[in-house]
Design a protein around this ligand. Sequence first.
Ligand code: KIV
Ligand code: NA
Length: 264
Amino acid sequence: TKPVTTSVLRQWKLAKEKFACITAYDASFSRLFEEQGMPVMLVGDSLGMAAQGHTSTIPVSISDIAYHTRSVRRGAPNSLIMADMPFMSYSNTDDACKNAASLMRSGANIVKVEGSGSWVYETIRKLTQRSVPVSGHIGMTPQAVNIYGGFKVQGRNETAASKILEAAKQLEEAGAQSMVLECIPEALGQKISESVSIPTIGIGAGKYTDGQILVMHDALGISSGRVPRFAKNFLSGAGDIRAAVRLYMQEVKEGLYPAKEHTY
Ligand code: KIV
Ligand code: NA
């Protein structure tokens, strides 16, 4: 099999082929996901909640992400592996370079940073110049949960929406290879996806983004308690983990997921 690269994602965007992505934290799941044809896996700092039992992503360290990235890579040699830069690991460009290097050496193909503003664009520019591909992540950025006062949908009014659209353009301008759009209205997800030439990957951002991503625990019905609006348990309909993964990929490809009830 040919390795999945960011240029493959750009080709899919041009061809209007929707693609699914999923988080992975260990080798057993990354192997299973790759065997089912999942092109992109994110070693997300959501592992703070999904694997470590915290209530936010704040406690996750760079060595935590590096450890899980090494495991995920062993199981999935050909997938595009994106690794999250955790809270405060890219607060200045020197730290960003040092910490991104540790994720790249652990097997990541691309690192992801949250937020907008000149400091983020500067970080993306620096990393890209030093041969580290970067994905942006805007809309609801979970590392900022204590600024928001909870996990809340962003970009609801016109002013907030145009700020997020502007940030998307700045991310592309800074050299980002892709961007995650989290918890924004569907119309904004569509507008951004049409306004940038790099692939957008949505979670709670409606069906018009170029790709979709889900936390594996949400896609397989492992998460308990209150789950986000965009979560869908594909296992209950499929009956088996492999079939659930294929169902998720197929529903994304066909534009069936996300449906209205998963959308803001
Ligand atoms: O950490 C994570 O799982 C993420 C996705 C929700 C995009 O950043
Ligand atoms: Na994350």
